[in-house]
Design a protein around this ligand. Sequence first.
Ligand code: SAM
Length: 238
Amino acid sequence: MIKFKILTAYPEMFPGSLNHSLIGKALKENIFKIDTINLHDFGIDNRKSIDDEPFGGGPGMILRPDVVEKALLSITNKNHLNTTKIYLTPSGTLLNQRKLGILSKLDEIIILCGRFEGIDQRAIDILGFEEVSIGDYVLAGGEIAAQVLLEGCIRLIPGVLGHPESLLEESFSNNLLEYPHYTRPQVWEDSQGNKHDVPEVLISGHHDNIKKWRKNKSVEKTKKVRTDLLIKREQKQD
Ligand code: SAM
């Protein structure tokens, strides 16, 4: 069972979206476990503050390193600080499918969710957090980012997906985006009265042709929207 320990100022945001559908089922079946650690329990002074103003000036507040350390030590100990620890931040290394695959094989992952302007850099460096971003945009806090990382990771654990073969050809496997899908009705008449067929090859029953068509569509789409993936793919084949 993979254990996620989440350091957060908003523990009530968990399990959140992870309590639903196939991931929610996996949670109920103890395929993974989420423990939340409330940063406010480790706040200082009477007000239990967890943040302070940035040295050097500037807007916003910064999460204090002593608070992060106390929260971390409540779940590890000084001699056992070598579990994988991730701080979610827009300035981290971009998360991708390969990284999710690596994470999904671990026994325990500690995730630190930021808020405000971010976290004192000493906490990240000294306590050994790897900085990971879920995309080139800025959210208000790390909790939704953590749920994105967890969901991506959990669906890769054997037994979680109803059809594990869907992992084989989905987007990013082999540096390609997935081909388009179609279902019933075979001819869809939209609200304007226009009729739209599904591509004929998909109802031909000819498996080799379907495979070829899907591969071509995958390459076509990847070329159109993610040439960076195609370049990676070509470099790998060289
Ligand atoms: N001042 C920071 C910067 O410019 O990089 C942004 C801080 S953001 C408002 C607050 C918190 O949200 C961050 O500490 C981080 O935990 C989380 N966050 C926001 N965007 C994220 C992203 N793209 N990936 C991962 N975490 C993110």
